[in-house]
Design a protein around this ligand. Structure first.
Ligand SMILES: [Zn+2]
Length: 458
C-alpha cells in the first residue's frame, strides 16, 4: 500500500513537472518569494505605525502618499507618479459625545462616533427625545411621531448570513441614508447601531450620503452594548432624552492623489492590468485591515513578480486609490483619465476586504469564460487557499473601469468572519492582522495577475 502510494505520487509529481507544468512551478516560485522574502507585513507596519489613520484631506493622507511613492519605488516599480484628484475634506473636529437619561434620572454615557460626511451639532449640542426605530417599515409607520426627535435605528446584522459582507450590505443603508430618511419626517439628529456583530462596545463609523432634498442632520454610530442598553431603556420607558454633541464639518474639497507604480509590458506596453487597494482610511485607528492590507497586497504583487525575474507582457499598474471611503474620487479619476486617453485596460483587481486567509476571487465573468478559468486556474490556486471564482463585481475602486470601459474586474475574497469586528473602528490596528494570512492573499493575487498576463481572460 505504502509503495503503491509512493509510486503513484512520484508519477503524479513528474506529470506535474512535464505536463501541467510551468505555471504551477512559477506560482510556487511566487509563493516562496512572498513567504520567505515578503515585504507586505513590514510595509503595513510602516504605514500603520508611522502614518496611522489617513482620512481624505488630512495631513496623514499626504504622508501616506509619500509612503506609497517610496514603497512602490523600493518594490521595483519602473515608473512612479501621483495622479491628482479633488477629494472631500471632512473633519471630525474633536471628541464626539452622547448621553441619555430616563425621565430626569441619572445620565448614562453612550460610546459614539460621528458618521463621515455628517454635519456637527454645534457647540451646545442637541438635546431631544429619542425614538427607537428597528427597521424602515417601522419608520414609515411611525412617521408622524418623528418630528423634533432623535431617531435611533437599531437594525441588526443578520447572523444567519455566513458571508458577513451580505449582512453588511443588508444593514448599511441605515448608516448611508438613515439620516435623510429621518430628516424627511422632521428628526433633529440620527443615531444608528454600528455595522458590526462584534462582542465589544466600539462604535464603527463610515460614510453617510445625505439626500439633497432633505435637511442635513447630525448623525453618529453607537457601539453594540450601548445600542442594546439604549434600546432597552426606550422600550421600558416613554420619556428618554439624549444629549448629543459632535463637532464634524465638511470643508471645501481639497487636492488628493492616486499613487501609481508601473512595470511596462514587453509585448503590449499600451495594455494595462491594474492592481490596487485604497490608501485612505477612517480616523479612529490605523486602517490596517481597511485598507492598508489591500495596499500592501497590491505592492507585493509587483515586488514578487519583479523579484523572481518575471517580465510581464502587459503593463502592470499598482494603484493606491485616494478617497474610497467617503467619495470614491480616486477610483473615478483613474477610470475617467484612462478613458479620456483611450487606454486599453484588460483587467482590474482590488483587495479591499481585509488581509485574512484568502478563499476566492469575485470576478466579472459569466458563462464559458468563467467556466474556463475555473477549470484551468483553480487547480493552480487551491494549494494557496483560493478555491472558487465567484461571478460578481470587483472592488469599489476598480468598479469604474468596468462601468466606463467594460474592463473585467475582480476582488480578492478573504475569509470574512472577523472583518466587521475591526472595520471602521478603533480596533482596525496592525495587531489584528496576521502576517501569514496577509501573505497568502498577496500570493493568490500575484498568481492571478501572472495568469491573466500570460493567457488573458478571453
Ligand atoms: Zn475599504
Amino acid at each position: 500500500m505504502y509503495r503503491i502510494l509512493f509510486t503513484l505520487s512520484a508519477f503524479l509529481s513528474l506529470a506535474t513537472v512535464f505536463g501541467q507544468n510551468e505555471d504551477s512551478l512559477m506560482i510556487r516560485k511566487i509563493a516562496n518569494e512572498i513567504l520567505i522574502n515578503g515585504k507586505a507585513y513590514s510595509n503595513l507596519h510602516t504605514l500603520t505605525k508611522t502614518v496611522g489613520g489617513r482620512l481624505s484631506g488630512s495631513p496623514q493622507m499626504y504622508k501616506a502618499e509619500e509612503w506609497g511613492l517610496k514603497t512602490l519605488r523600493e518594490a521595483g516599480a519602473e515608473k512612479v507618479w501621483l495622479q491628482e484628484c479633488m477629494v472631500p475634506h471632512w473633519i471630525r473636529g474633536g471628541k464626539d459625545e452622547a448621553k441619555f437619561n430616563i425621565a430626569g434620572g441619572n445620565e448614562q454615557s453612550l460610546d459614539i462616533l460621528a458618521l463621515g460626511n455628517s454635519v456637527g451639532t454645534g457647540p451646545n449640542g442637541i438635546t431631544a427625545n429619542v425614538i427607537l426605530i428597528n427597521n424602515y417599515d417601522e419608520l414609515e409607520k411611525r412617521k408622524k411621531e418623528i418630528k423634533g426627535k432623535i431617531v435611533f435605528y437599531n437594525y441588526k446584522f443578520n447572523p444567519t448570513l455566513i458571508e458577513t459582507f451580505h449582512a453588511y450590505g443588508d444593514a448599511v443603508r441605515y448608516r448611508e441614508f438613515g439620516a435623510s430618511w429621518a430628516a424627511k419626517y422632521g428628526a433633529v439628529a440620527m443615531l444608528t447601531r454600528s455595522m458590526t456583530e462584534s462582542v465589544d462596545n466600539n462604535p464603527h463609523t463610515g460614510a453617510l450620503d445625505y439626500i439633497d432634498s432633505f435637511p442635513k442632520i447630525p448623525a453618529a454610530a453607537i457601539g453594540l452594548w450601548d445600542s442594546d442598553k439604549l434600546a432597552k431603556a426606550i422600550t421600558e420607558n416613554k420619556d428618554v432624552k439624549i444629549f448629543l454633541k459632535t463637532n464634524a464639518k465638511m470643508l471645501p474639497d481639497t487636492i488628493g492623489h492616486n499613487v501609481i507604480g508601473q512595470i511596462t509590458g514587453t509585448d503590449y506596453p499600451d495594455e494595462f492590468i491594474t492592481v490596487g487597494g485604497h490608501l485612505d482610511s477612517w480616523d479612529p485607528a490605523e486602517g490596517a485591515q481597511d485598507d492598508g492590507a489591500g495596499c500592501v497586497h497590491a505592492i507585493e504583487v509587483l515586488r514578487a513578480l519583479k523579484a523572481i525575474g518575471y517580465r510581464p507582457k502587459h503593463s502592470i499598474r499598482i494603484v493606491l486609490f485616494a478617497n474610497e471611503e467617503n467619495g470614491l474620487r480616486g477610483g473615478l479619476k483613474y477610470a475617467e483619465e484612462g478613458k479620456a486617453k483611450n487606454e486599453k485596460h484588460i483587467f482590474g483587481l482590488e483587495s479591499d476586504a481585509g488581509g485574512f486567509t484568502p478563499r476566492a476571487f469575485s470576478i466579472g465573468l459569466r458563462g464559458e469564460k468563467l467556466e474556463r478559468i475555473r477549470s484551468k486556474w483553480l487547480p493552480l490556486l487551491k494549494e494557496y487557499g483560493v478555491y472558487e471564482f465567484i461571478a460578481g463585481g470587483g472592488g469599489a475602486d476598480v468598479g469604474p473601469l468596468f462601468e466606463m470601459m467594460g474592463t473585467p474586474v475582480s476582488e480578492l475574497i478573504p475569509d470574512s468572519q472577523r472583518y466587521f469586528d475591526y472595520h471602521h473602528s478603533r480596533n482596525d490596528v496592525l495587531a489584528n492582522v496576521n502576517k501569514r494570512e496577509l501573505e497568502l492573499g498577496a500570493i493568490n493575487m500575484a498568481a492571478l495577475i501572472y495568469l491573466v498576463d500570460l493567457y488573458g481572460l478571453d
